[in-house]
Write a protein that binds this ligand. Structure first.
Ligand code: NDP
Length: 282
């Protein structure tokens, strides 16, 4: 692919901000190569970069943002509160650690990485995040891997709705009900592992293969376009500039409603078995 991709359009967030329709995942992008991959992604046109304290690459992401030469206010970085930092004071400290790692003045989007309902401390964390937002250190606050019951509790106890819910979402696990819940609450659903960690949908699924041929694009572009047309924001990870460009270049074609529905019908279930109702990681 040689031509420069069309820059990703943005959509509004429920707090007055906005977010690009696609971002870069960075899990596994570490060290000098990781920094170089973040720089190349920004050069290719990504403006939303996803990391987390647990990924141990916030330094690389912050460094890549600085090295890119693109003004800070044109970039958006997401990072996440890890499990061991649940709780009010713990969240303030965990956030400070992330901000220090990134080497930035503020974070654009801060998410609770997992709800850890058995710990029952995510509401305390949410209150701390509301304070950090009021202090100007976070532009927008959201959640990840939250089920409707967890978001209902945040609303009941604080009245503050997350802007984003980042969940496992790909053709094997299309999350139709969670998407509907999020949309009804004006929450943007972000798709993690949007390509099911690569390869799985690159060939061998007739509906995706046929759509790729019909639109003159790759199978992975079909899958990423499927996310966008269902109202989700995918954050594919790639360390390769060519694949970063390929993944971003999905705004010049449109799948038919029938194609979108057939891809959704590939559903078989979660691929990694991490159920937010029980999963714990610290
Ligand atoms: P993805 O579905 O994004 O797949 C990434 C894999 O696909 C990599 O191996 C990559 O290889 C390959 N790939 C990417 N683009 C292409 C392409 N066009 N053709 C062929 N192969 C391709 O998986 P991730 O699990 O990384 O999910 C994305 C991001 O979501 C993570 O990086 C992280 O930021 C976030 N995440 C969040 C979670 C949460 O709990 N909130 C959990 C898991 C992930 P290569 O680099 O060589 O191109």
């Amino acid at each position: 692919m040689t031509s420069a991709p069309t820059p990703a359009p943005t959509r509004p967030l429920n707090d007055g901000g906005s977010i690009p329709l696609i971002g870069l995942g960075t899990y596994g992008l570490t060290g000098d190569d990781g920094t170089a991959s973040v720089v190349s992604a920004i050069e290719v046109g990504y403006r939303l970069i996803d990391t987390g304290l647990r990924y141990e690459n916030e330094r690389e992401v912050g460094e890549g943002m600085r090295r890119s030469g693109i003004p800070r206010e044109e970039l958006q970085v997401t990072t996440k509160l890890r499990g061991r930092d649940h709780g009010y004071e713990e969240t303030l400290r965990g956030f400070e650690e992330s901000l220090g790692n990134l080497g930035l003045e503020y974070v654009d989007l801060y998410l609770i990485h997992w709800p850890l309902p058995r710990q029952d401390r995510y509401v305390e964390s949410w209150r701390a995040m509301i304070r950090l937002q009021n202090d100007g250190l976070i532009r927008s606050i959201g959640v990840s891997n939250f089920l409707p019951e967890h978001i209902d509790r945040l609303l009941d106890e604080t009245g503050v709705v997350p802007v984003v819910n980042q969940v496992e979402l790909h053709p094997s696990f299309p999350q139709t009900e969670q998407l509907q819940y999020d949309a009804a609450h004006d929450i943007v659903t972000e798709s993690w592992s949007p390509l099911a960690q690569g390869g799985r949908f690159s060939h061998g699924h007739r509906v995706i293969d046929d759509a790729a041929e019909a639109h003159g694009v790759t199978q992975n572009q079909v899958v990423l376009r499927w996310h966008v047309q269902r109202g989700a924001v995918p954050i594919p990870k790639s360390g390769s500039a060519d694949r970063q460009r390929e993944n971003l270049d999905i705004f010049g074609f449109e799948l038919t409603d029938a194609e979108v529905a057939s891809i959704t019908d590939l559903a078989s279930g979660r691929l990694w078995g991490a159920d937010p109702a029980t999963h714990e990681e610290f």
